[in-house]
Design a protein. Structure first.
Length: 427
């Protein structure tokens, strides 16, 4: 009963447009004061305690590194690499856009930054080659979100911290699903290109251009190598890797590429602080609420009730996917993560489901949901940024939605797609 009251109060506050973090904090104050009769000072203590773990300090460094790279020359160098490697295919430039978004998103972790940087270059280039505005928007929007799955991903980092699982394993769990998505998107674009431009032919690969573009872009490709090589080489922790990534980004953009000015650094620091604050207040608000639910053993009770109704783990995963897809349409990714993970953790433990496999499925569901109205911010950004009607943007997303659902089915049915790479690196 208490759990239903908590959810009802929180949903009512969110319904009247109270920000999610403040809705959770206000709900916590309500239940602590009027249901549990716990001193309100405990709310404040729990909020501060929840964000004290050392591992949370990785978030601002990764965000800062992404902000710096987004403002510099990185996007152009990554697109040059992608174009050199696949540009000789028919529709090669459009396919290069998908790959460029994946590479750029993996470093910045932001779909908005990816849309601004990659879209700012590729949108006019593709339009000039005869592609329709809506189709180009359909390429850019879903592709920009690939950074949710490819490390270092901020949603993946927050998931790992909230679920108390290995950050690196969660990072790596999304790599193979992301590769599958890139391949599916590329195949679809290739065949649509043959339909739109039947005269397009394969060109001879320019290996010299490939080598030159990779050489010029080594500073961009070096960041993931530094992060993962340093961590798995035992040189530094995840948090230290994030700090090194931020320092590397500053040095590369200020002194090597000169794509950033010293006067821009303070503003980037402010933007990083704002983004970090949003993330941490969400985490702290959810942690206070989760603390109350845990004390009352509400997640355990719900888990036992659901386990009593659903005994088969595959049926549970089916309902879990449907629930998360709907949730992703209504709640933003970080809010859904900090609210749902503590509850769902009790369930996947009950069904003996691998925690890294579940993390990959969870993030992929929210990826799909983030493309879907009414809270699919990505759609509104693409529609506004590239002056495409909302209806046309939604239509252009439909094929990608089905490709993503197909990928979700594959990842759900074949857990090794999520666990093979993390297990390989943990040996």
């Amino acid at each position: 009963m208490e759990g239903l009251i908590v959810l009802l109060v929180m949903v009512m506050m969110m319904f009247i447009s109270v920000p999610v973090a403040f809705a959770m904090i206000a709900t916590s104050i309500f239940v602590y004061a009027f249901i549990a009769h716990i001193p309100l000072g405990v709310v404040v203590q729990n909020m501060f305690y929840s964000i004290q773990p050392y591992s949370y300090s990785a978030a601002p460094y990764f965000i800062l590194a992404g902000n710096i790279m987004a403002r510099g020359t990185l996007a152009k160098k990554l697109l040059d690499i992608a174009d050199a490697c696949v540009g000789f295919f028919p529709s090669g430039l459009a396919i290069a856009t998908v790959i460029g978004c994946a590479l750029f998103g993996s470093i910045t972790g932001s779909d908005i930054a990816t849309l601004a940087a990659i879209g700012g270059i590729m949108y006019p280039a593709l339009i000039s080659r005869g592609w329709s505005k809506a189709f180009v928007g359909g390429i850019l929007g879903p592709s920009a979100l690939l950074g949710m799955l490819i490390p270092p991903t901020i949603p993946g980092l927050i998931y790992a911290l909230v679920a108390e699982v290995s950050v690196m394993k969660v990072f790596l769990s999304g790599v193979l699903p992301a590769i599958i998505i890139v391949i599916l998107f590329s195949i679809y674009i290739y065949f649509k290109g043959k339909k739109f431009f039947p005269d397009q032919k394969f060109q001879k690969p320019d290996f010299l251009k490939m080598i030159k573009s990779i050489k010029n872009g080594m500073t961009a490709l070096g960041m993931p190598i530094i992060i993962f090589g340093g961590i798995y080489g035992g040189i530094f922790t995840v948090t230290e890797a994030a700090a090194v990534a931020a320092a590397y980004a500053v040095c590369v953009e200020l002194f090597i590429h000169r794509g950033l000015k010293f006067r821009q650094i303070p503003m980037l620091a402010v933007e990083t602080g704002i983004t970090t604050s949003v993330v941490l207040i969400l985490v702290s608000g959810a942690s206070v609420l989760a603390r109350y639910l845990s004390l009352e053993q509400i997640p355990q009770l719900w888990a036992e009730q659901i386990f009593g109704m659903v005994r088969d783990k595959w049926i549970f995963m089916l309902f879990n996917n449907l629930f998360l897809l709907v949730t992703g349409c209504l709640v933003d990714v970080l809010s859904a993560t900090v609210i749902l993970v503590p509850i769902l953790k009790q369930l996947y433990i009950k069904f003996s489901i691998d925690e890294i496999y579940f993390a990959s499925v969870f993030l992929l569901n929210l990826y799909i949901g983030f493309l879907t109205p009414p809270v699919g911010v990505n759609i509104f950004v693409v529609s506004g940024m590239f002056k495409i009607s909302f209806a046309d943007t939604c239509k252009s997303y439909v094929p990608y939605f089905f490709m993503l659902v197909f990928t979700l089915i594959l990842v759900t049915l074949f857990p090794w797609l999520s666990t093979w790479l993390p297990n390989l690196f943990s040996r």
